[in-house]
Design a protein around this ligand. Structure first.
Ligand code: DQA
Length: 145
């Protein structure tokens, strides 16, 4: 099983970015932990600050990836193009947010991508990515290899 973890804008700064909201860990360090937790899964990681690059990456996942764990960052709240890409590629996608977006500013309460995703995880810190991978594993028999 191959799962792509995709992070959007500003998530390259995890570790130093607003640590009171997002914690102190870099995503690179967390990704190493994830790979140890799931040796049976082919985990890929992609990050971009550019909307079109994220869309191109999602398109390139077609036929190669069984599931996508997507933290679209602020594009969650703005990008119809990203929502359309998720719908177009037909690969099951889980929306993840490190912070609890429902407990923050009102503009974060709108997600353009949520309806195109299998489900959403918000507010559980980095653990949200792990839980998303676990969900895909639990569905393994239903997922094309
Ligand atoms: C975020 C929440 C978004 O509102 C914000 O723009 C981010 C990070 C999160 O992981 O909590 O960049 O997606």
């Amino acid at each position: 099983m191959t799962i792509a973890i995709v992070n959007g804008p500003n998530l390259n700064l995890l570790g130093t970015r607003e640590p009171e909201i997002y914690g102190n860990q870099t995503f690179e360090a967390y990704f190493e932990e994830l790979k140890t937790m799931f040796p049976q899964v082919q985990l890929q990681y992609y990050q971009s600050n550019v909307e079109g690059e994220l869309i191109n990456f999602l398109h390139n996942c077609m036929g190669k990836v069984n599931g996508i764990v997507l933290n679209a960052g602020a594009y969650t709240h703005t990008s119809i193009a990203l929502a359309d890409a998720i719908a177009a590629i037909i690969i099951p996608t889980i929306e993840v947010h490190i912070s609890n977006v429902m407990a923050r500013e009102d503009f974060r309460k709108t997600s353009y991508i949520a309806a195109k995703c299998v489900g959403s995880i918000s507010g559980l810190g980095m653990m949200g990515y792990k839980l998303a991978v676990e969900y895909f594993l639990s569905q393994k028999s239903k997922v094309k290899n």
